[in-house]
Write a protein that binds this ligand. Structure first.
Ligand SMILES: NC(=O)c1ccc[n+]([C@@H]2O[C@H](COP(=O)([O-])OP(=O)(O)OC[C@H]3O[C@@H](n4cnc5c(N)ncnc54)[C@H](OP(=O)(O)O)[C@@H]3O)[C@@H](O)[C@H]2O)c1
Length: 315
């Protein structure tokens, strides 16, 4: 990866010039850059999947967007850039009342949390959901939204003592180290509640613990594989507890959804941010420093997302 200057045309009919406001660096960006993601770009390509910008100029006759509007940077063209000229129909308008940091994170992680809590199991208040990567952006969103739904979200993390107070304040019902003691600790916690859903974005041994913590007929949804190891399952629980293992990909949901369903879904995500969804930021770097930002994002122990600011970042 390198930061490079490329020519920029003036916006023509049906086009707009958009300047980056804020973009995020996500695990799926690493997958796309390294070629392991579910979709690829023709090389050479601009990287980056999620970000928002402001319209800086419009081409002749364009009325669908106006200068100053906040829009999603179109994903297929790549968002880690200062500016781009895009077809107006590829621009999705975003609300202006959200902070740039929030607006830049409305499209991937909180939406995934909303969908996985809604689309697999008909959860009732008092039900228990167990998840690994409880301090990830998806994990924090699931805990916050789960609390709104009245379900108890148990978050497994790699350093529970350091993260417990923060994650409990963000909606988690219980925060545990992701080790082999977790299933017994969850059994002791749950009382009359049932663990009906597991959310796995780690894989390997971690998903085995989620499965062991589940009650009969639960579903475990896998939507990420941070350890890069296969999803393994304990045969005993799969057979005798009648568990269901499923996968989820936000991109596919977005492709298949009607425009009404998409709009309603994103309104529910904006509502989470307006209600105070806490997604911490580790660093905000100029987009021209994207190579360092990616290195920082891949290091362990960061305090939240690494974000990139562009020319439309408010001064
Ligand atoms: N399928 C979909 O549609 C979809 C959509 C959104 C996200 N996702 C997936 O959901 C996951 C979370 O994404 P995010 O953007 O929310 O993540 P994030 O905020 O960047 O956080 C990454 C998380 O992964 C953990 N982690 C990293 N390497 C690990 C390892 N080797 N072993 C155990 N834990 C490890 C981190 O723990 P530490 O803090 O301890 O390092 C942290 O909890 C990713 O796998 C992502 O690909 C999938």
């Amino acid at each position: 990866m390198e930061w490079k200057e490329i020519p920029l045309a003036r916006p023509g009919p049906g086009q707009a010039l958009v300047a980056l406001e804020c973009a995020a660096v996500h695990p799926s960006d690493f997958g796309m850059i390294s070629g392991t993601y579910g979709k690829k770009r023709e090389l050479p390509a601009v990287a980056g999947r999620e970000g928002v910008g402001r319209v800086e100029a419009v081409g002749p006759g364009v009325i669908a967007v106006a200068v100053g509007d906040r829009v999603r940077m179109p994903e297929p063209e790549g968002v880690w850039r200062e500016r781009g000229v895009f077809a107006v129909e590829a621009l999705y308008r975003m609300p202006s009342d959200l902070t740039p940091e929030a607006a830049a994170q409305c499209l991937v992680n909180p939406p995934t949390a909303v969908r996985v809590l809604n689309d697999f199991v008909a959860l009732k208040p008092g039900d228990i959901v167990v998840q690994n990567a409880g301090n990830s952006a998806v994990g924090r969103s699931a805990a916050f939204y789960g609390k709104q739904l009245g379900v108890k979200v148990v978050s497994l993390v790699r350093n529970a003592d350091r993260l417990r107070a923060e994650l409990l304040a963000g909606g988690a019902a219980l925060v545990l180290d992701d080790n082999d003691d977790a299933p017994a600790a969850i059994a002791a916690f749950k009382g009359a509640g049932k663990v009906r859903l597991g959310l796995n974005s780690i894989g390997g041994a971690s998903v085995m613990r989620l499965i062991k913590a589940c009650d009969a007929n639960a579903t475990v949804v896998t939507f990420g594989g941070m350890v890069g190891d296969a999803v393994r399952f304990p045969t005993r629980e799969l057979i005798f507890n009648n568990l269901t293992l499923k996968g989820y990909w936000m991109d596919k949901w977005g492709r298949d959804a009607s425009s009404e369903a998409l709009a309603a879904h994103f309104e529910s995500v904006y509502a989470l941010f307006r209600a105070g969804l806490p997604l911490p930021t580790d660093a905000i770097l100029p987009v021209s420093e994207v190579v360092s930002a990616v290195a920082r994002s891949r290091a362990s122990g960061r305090a939240g997302k690494v974000l990139l600011r562009g020319p439309a970042w408010p001064v």
